[in-house]
Design a protein. Structure first.
Lengths: 210, 198
């Protein structure tokens, strides 16, 4: 399974059951959750982690661990993984200090990014586009439920680092992003709910003219 | 040593022990401090939450010019009320009307407008919500307590790139003449995500 088809890419999947709402939910369910959240902010400010690297590290978690653990455990696992990969800490130190196994994410299988980065906005609001059929073994923000689907650009959103290329401090050039509108029938065919639509934020490289 | 090492009558759970180990090792390297951690936690527990977004919505309900600025440039109009910061740098506000009902999701992770709504609730980050909101929004909204009539379109916004969304709900009937402050009290977090009505 390519990382682009990872367990985190949940849009449109079946059989997860009802959404369980906790009526008076605290911001953090336990002290460690808040502390892990705050550590994330501090590591980011110090340049030890970036948003895309943290997301990629979460996406590299064992799928069963990902689905079976609370949200902030994803963050904890990603921070520890990145700090070990970057030589700041060792897994042995983490396991000795925690007194047990310290599961980390799997190693990255992403090759070095060789695709072009599109610096010029190729599309404008109202343009018909199709999401490219691309399979990338690294981090991406192109959800699989829109892959190959046709939509219409409904907004141009400015340029940001292409997540697929923005790994390990690569700092790629900025690339235009868009909000692309997909009718439910395009996404779900005969199973679509009438009168519904989804707009998805997508980078220029994810799109082609339709 | 973190707080959690001191006040525990029972041994810490494995994940608690792992979190404490990471913090302790980073503290020994001088990379994090307990004081800084507690300041960040305090800010998100006490100051950064849906009460901020509620003020934005109430202002838009009473001030038509502000509403127009909010819909034209969400980030700038929200900054007028002095809200901004991480996960709020690029805001788009989407307005519910008698023709369209908007709802927010992040199918790939948990992107959410922190400065106006705080940190997301667990259900927003859960697989069922992320999987189903882009597949069967009308059914899921009904399950969560919002029956959207067939005559009203449903527009789902998947925050997969850098934009963060806030839903501007419809002002409730019977709220004419209420003060801005009282109106803010009617606005719930879930209404600003689009899974409830105020």
């Amino acid at each position: 399974m390519a990382a682009a088809d990872g367990v985190h890419d949940l849009g449109g999947m079946e059989d997860f059951g009802p959404v369980i709402v906790e009526p008076t939910e605290p911001v953090f369910h336990a002290g460690w959750e808040g502390r892990v959240f705050a550590i994330g902010g501090i590591l980011s400010v110090q340049g030890l982690t970036s948003t895309n690297d943290v997301r990629h590290a979460i996406e590299r978690m064992d799928p069963a661990h990902y689905l079976g653990s609370p949200y902030f455990e994803h963050w904890l696992t990603a921070f520890a993984t990145l700090l070990v990969e970057r030589g700041v800490l060792t897994r042995a130190q983490l396991e000795a200090r925690s007194g047990g196994p310290f599961p980390l994410s799997r190693p990255s299988r992403a090759p070095r990014w060789k695709g072009a980065v599109s610096r010029r906005a190729r599309f404008t609001a109202g343009d018909r586009v199709r999401v490219v059929e691309a399979y990338w073994r690294g981090h991406t923000r192109c959800p699989r439920y829109v892959r190959g689907k046709r939509g219409v650009v409904d907004r141009c959103d400015g340029a940001f680092a292409l997540p697929d290329a923005d790994v390990d401090g690569a700092h790629p050039p900025l690339e235009p992003t868009y909000s692309v509108h997909f009718d439910a029938a395009e996404l779900r065919g005969r199973d679509a709910e009438p009168g519904t639509a989804v707009s998805v934020g997508l980078w220029d490289s994810y799109l082609e003219p339709a | 040593m973190s707080e959690s090492d001191h006040h525990h009558p029972t041994p810490p759970s494995p994940v608690e022990a792992r979190a404490a180990a990471l913090e302790a090792l980073l503290a020994e390297k001088g990379l994090v401090s307990g004081e800084f951690i507690e300041a960040i936690v305090g800010a998100y527990v006490n100051d950064i939450g849906p009460m901020n977004g509620a003020k934005v919505v109430a202002r838009a309900w009473v001030d038509g010019n502000y509403r127009q600025r909010l819909l034209a440039d969400g980030t700038a109009a929200i900054a007028e009320l002095e809200f901004g910061g991480p996960e709020g740098e690029h805001m788009v506000v989407v307005e519910n009307t008698s023709e369209v009902h908007n709802v927010i999701v992040c199918t790939l992770c948990s992107c959410y407008p922190w400065p106006v709504l705080g940190l997301p609730p667990d259900w927003y980050k859960s697989p069922p919500y992320r999987a189903r909101m882009v597949r069967e929004p009308r059914k899921l909204l009904a399950e969560m307590g919002v029956d959207v009539p067939q005559s009203v379109r449903i527009q789902v916004w998947d925050s997969s790139a850098e934009i963060r969304y806030l839903v501007l709900p419809q002002r409730p009937q019977g709220s004419e003449g209420m003060s801005e402050e009282r109106l803010a009290g009617l606005v719930t977090r879930d209404a600003m995500i689009g899974v409830a009505r105020p």
